[in-house]
Design a binder for this molecule. Sequence first.
Ligand code: APR
Length: 320
Amino acid sequence: MARKKIALIGAGNIGGTLAHLAAQKELGDVVLFDIVEGVPQGKALDLSQCGPVEGFDASVIGTNDYADIAGADVVIVTAGVARKPGMSRDDLLGINLKVMKSVGEGIKQYAPDAFVICITNPLDAMVWALREFSGLPHSKVVGMAGVLDSARFSTFLAWEFGVSVRDVSSFVLGGHGDTMVPVVEYSTVKGIPVPDLIKMGKSTQERIDAIVKRTANGGGEIVALLGTGSAYYAPATSAIAMAQSYLGDQKRVLPCAAYLEGQYGVDGLYVGVPVVIGKDGVEQVIEIALDEKAKAGLQVSIDAVKELLVACKAIDGSLA
Ligand code: APR
């Protein structure tokens, strides 16, 4: 069987980490694309030289030519600029929208059958714009946010309860921004919902509220610590989990920014919800019942995403 091809658009911090993970896990041969000359080639050469040590046969090439992504099975997009301290994800909108246009056109021309995962921020608007510019089916273009946000939530919950992260399962819905909605009721330790754990005296409502807040600001906390750039290890590994579910038809239930057509009362927007990812891309959107507080939180988040789309349409008339 021919090897799969993984194209990574953007060879920065996340792109380089993605390339390393994709090669190590032998998801397929890796093509690392960037507009900056030398960087993708240099990173690809460095990563190729990991092969003999780590024992992978995947090839890693760097390029500045979209033609090299031809026939890619998966495309992961990190092209654009990342946040600096004091910036919100939304501050990146104008610059990254232009980037999505060129990336979308490149994908449309060379990899129209790919499963496309967008990571570029502001995520929910950029994944929508990338879909518009590429013209691919909505089920094949998805945004990476929820896997990362719930990984952050799960990490903090595991620390709070003093248990293995493997036994924590958590849910985060909504846009990938300060308005995201970590859903405490659906977050569990080995099936025990967090509200029950509070009743059992394992934590307090105040401490869980603080964790919810820390999760929503999870990216900002790292931006402030790094001083330059934003998080990249966990974002990369989260996107790889999504790619693996697609390539292996695993049908994992993963929270992703997916295109909604009526679900959760939303039509025509990308919003973070649990979906099933398999060989056809987003195969199902799972609609969970939400209590009034979560519903209200989700509405605030949806409104924030809507505002970003209005801004996108004002910048680029072709999106209106
Ligand atoms: N086409 C291709 N690559 C581009 C383009 C473009 N039009 N414009 C910029 N790039 C490249 C840059 O040259 C850089 O190598 O995108 C890369 C971005 O890398 P970093 O600045 O290291 O950013 P990174 O941390 O990887 O984050 C990328 O993901 O999480 C989001 O907010 C983050 O939007 C940012 C993106």
